[in-house]
Structures are given as C-alpha cells and as structure tokens.
Design a protein around this ligand. Structure first.
Ligand code: V47
Ligand code: SF4
Length: 393
C-alpha cells in the first residue's frame, strides 16, 4: 500500500460507527456528514448508501419519459456559475412566445411523455399572465401530462411581479395546471457562497420558504444542490441538514438531486470538472444524510451516462428521463447527448443489475398498454430510430 493510501486508512475505521448507525436505521449527525466527506473510502460510503437505497426502494431504478422546455434564458440575476442566462438584448437572448412553447411541446404524447419539465430565467418583463397562460394552454392540450414547472426562485420572482403572496401565487399556478415544482435554484444555501456566486438570488431561507408554502398546499417538489465550485464540505452538509429539517416538517420533497457544476462559458471558466469520486460521494452522502427523502436522482445529463449507471450502486434509485433538449448544462459545456431513448435507459439499468421501473412525476409506476408501449415497443421504436443496433439471431 502506498503512503498516501495508508494515511487515509484511519478514515475507513472512522466510518465503523457510522456503518452501525446505518444498519440500525439511526439518523446521521452533522459530524457524521463531515466525516463522510473527509473520507476517501468511496466503496464503504457507497456500500452504506446502497443499504439505505435498497431498504427504501429495493432494486428498483426509476426513470421517467419526459421533455424539458427552457422557455427563456433572459434573467435579471447573473449568477456567476450560470452559462445559460443572458441579458435582454444580448446576442442569443431569447424568450419564447406561447405559440413557440406549444411548438416545443408538440409531439409529447406521441413520444409517450408523462411529464413536461419547465424552467427559465427571471425575465424582468414577462407578466404573470404569461406563466399562467403557458400552464393553462399546455394543460388544456395535454391534460394527462404532468407539468413540473418553475424553480422556487422563479416562483418568488413571479410573486413579486404579480404583487401577490407566495401562497396566492402558488394557488394561481396550480389552478392553471402546475403539478409540482422542480428542485432548481437551491445551489448551496451558504450565505458566504451565495454572496460570491449569486448575490442577487433569493437567499437560502427564501428558497426553503417557497418550498414550505408549496408543500403546505399539497404541491410536491424536488431539491437540488449545486456542488463542485467553491463550496466547503461543511456548507454541503449544512445544505443537506436544512433540507432534512424542512422535510421533517412538511414531507413534501420527493427527490434529492445533486447537480455537478460545469464551468464552461461561466465566470468560473477553467475550474475543472468534478471528479467521479466526488460525484459518487455526493450522491451517496445525500442518500445517507437525507433519511427522510424517498428518492435520490442522478441527473445523467450533468453526470454522464456511465457514471449515472454506476451510481445505481451508490445510493441512487432514479436516473431521470429522456429529457429531449436541455439548455442549462449544455450551455456550460456538458458533452452528454440531449436525449436518451427509453431502450438505452432500460439497458443501462438492467446491466447495473437493477429493475427498471417507469414512473410518473409523483413516482407512481406507469403501466403501458401491452404490445403498444411496453418494453418491447420501446425497443422496436428505438430500433426504428436507430438508437439500438439489431443483431440477427
Ligand atoms: O438552479 C446552473 C443549475 C439548475 C449550472 O427537479 C448548473 O428534477 C451545473 O434545477 N453547471 C436548473 N448546474 C436545473 C434543475 C434541475 C435539473 C434536472 C432535474 C431537476 C428536477 C431540476 O441548474 C439551476 C442551477 O442550480 N445550474 N448553471 C452549471 N453551469
Ligand atoms: Fe438566472 Fe437561474 Fe442562471 Fe441564476 S442560475 S442566472 S437565476 S437562470
């Protein structure tokens, strides 16, 4: 064993009492979280996260057939980690009219999507009515498709623009067709980091406040954490503890999604990509600390397909979906494809030794009519589209 490795070995033994807590189903402390981050024993951390994952979700690995729509990249916040946002009038700035949004959604039913995921920048001029009409028109045309829309940061912005309370804003959005809220905008709650990277953004307490209000109204949501920029271990752990505290109170979170930072075309350009070790550790520690979250998702668009597959043994039980056109990470240099076919998702889940389960946004299993849209149908379709190679048998 080399010296560097030998020096790490005390960390492994330090994890023994965490292991006992995990096996006994005992909640981990802040100190435990810090020790997990300080350890490089990713196999042991992954093993523990896998215990929790299998206890909660067996060998199921969820995926969703969905589509992302980023309706506008114009944003009054200029977060230093964001390559997606533009100022009004800048080259490549865009705001879709509602007809364009409808065009983007065109074909969702044929695609078999059960979800449309909608996020955008904080547009300084779009009226609240634009957002209500967007949801209303989509909901009217696709009543069976769940609309997961607008981060907590966008919702706070809409409330301000409309001059309404958060509650009234959420009630109006729900009445128009909002089904649930995506997890974006959380970044890391640390005020030190926010001051440096996104000083104009809704503060951590504000983000949690929107989610509390949404959960109290019965709207479910996700939660993210952006990592791999300037945040410290204790700021990551504190972020998780804030999420866990709110979840104890409301039970409204469905999924935790760590988002790996991509620096291309941002103020932080040149900062190297997160390593596989940090990615796996962050997913696994999320699983271990968030004992009250039902699911942990690896967003393959940010993580890469291969690592997302491996993460299914590191606490992850969900690898998101088919996506179709993603602008936020791809503006920042992601080299993953923008779409993954269902056949590919199923293959990577099965080869990881898990059972693929198609879910809807609220994690209800989707049963497709036999022979039309089941696993084989997807394979047939994928072959037609050239996604999978057919070997003659
Ligand atoms: O809030 C921005 C992040 C988020 C970068 O809820 C970046 O299921 C990496 O929230 N590198 C928006 N990340 C996307 C989002 C999301 C994605 C997938 C699934 C769900 C869900 C939510 O993207 C932003 C921000 O945290 N982001 N810039 C970047 N350069
Ligand atoms: Fe705007 Fe969101 Fe980008 Fe920040 S991360 S600049 S709020 S689009």
């Amino acid at each position: 064993m080399n010296k560097a490795r030998a020096d790490k070995s005390p960390n492994s033994s330090n994890l023994n009492n965490i292991y006992k807590k995990v096996v006994d189903g005992e909640r981990l402390s802040r100190e435990d979280g810090l020790r997990l981050y300080a350890s490089n024993d990713i196999l042991q951390i992954g093993h523990m996260a896998n215990i929790v994952r299998e206890r909660k979700n067996g060998d199921k690995a969820f995926y969703v057939v969905n589509r992302h729509i980023n309706y506008s990249n114009i944003c009054k916040n200029q977060c230093r980690f964001c390559a997606f946002s533009k100022e009004e009038g800048e080259e490549d700035a865009y705001a879709m009219g509602l007809d364009e949004v409808m065009d983007e959604a065109d074909g969702v039913v044929e695609q078999g999507a059960t979800e449309i995921h909608i996020v955008g920048g904080l547009h300084p001029k779009l009226e609240f009515g634009y957002y209500l009409d967007m949801l209303g028109r989509l909901h009217e045309r696709y009543p069976q498709v769940h609309l997961q829309a607008f981060t907590a940061v966008e919702i706070a912005h809409l409330a301000e623009r409309a001059g309404l309370s958060l509650r009234d804003t959420l009630v109006a959005l729900r009445r128009a067709g909002l089904g649930s809220i995506p997890g974006g905008g959380a970044e890391v709650f640390s005020s030190r980091v926010r001051k440096e990277l996104c000083p104009d953004k809704l503060a951590g307490e504000g983000w949690l406040g929107v989610m509390r209000e949404a959960h109290l109204l019965g709207l479910k949501s996700n939660a993210t954490m952006l990592y791999g920029h300037m945040e410290r271990d204790e700021e990551r752990v504190d972020h998780l503890l804030e999420l866990r505290r709110l979840q104890d109170e409301t039970g409204g979170f469905m999924t935790f999604i760590p988002l790996a930072f991509h620096s291309d075309n941002t103020f932080l350009q040149g900062l190297p990509r997160t390593t596989a070790a940090l990615d796996l550790k962050t997913l696994a520690i999320g699983r271990l600390m968030l004992d009250n979250f039902p699911h942990v998702k690896a967003f393959w668009i940010m993580l890469g397909i291969k690592l997302a597959q491996v993460s299914l043994s590191f606490g992850v039980d969900d690898i998101d979906g088919t996506v179709l056109v993603e602008r936020i990470t791809h503006s920042a240099g992601a080299d993953t494809p923008e779409e993954l076919s269902v056949a590919e998702i199923i293959r990577l889940i099965e080869e990881a030794g898990r059972s693929p389960v198609e879910r809807d946004t609220l994690y209800r299993e989707v049963i497709r009519p036999k022979g039309r849209f089941d696993r084989d149908w997807h394979l047939v379709k994928a072959r037609e589209e050239g996604h999978v190679k057919v070997t003659s048998s």
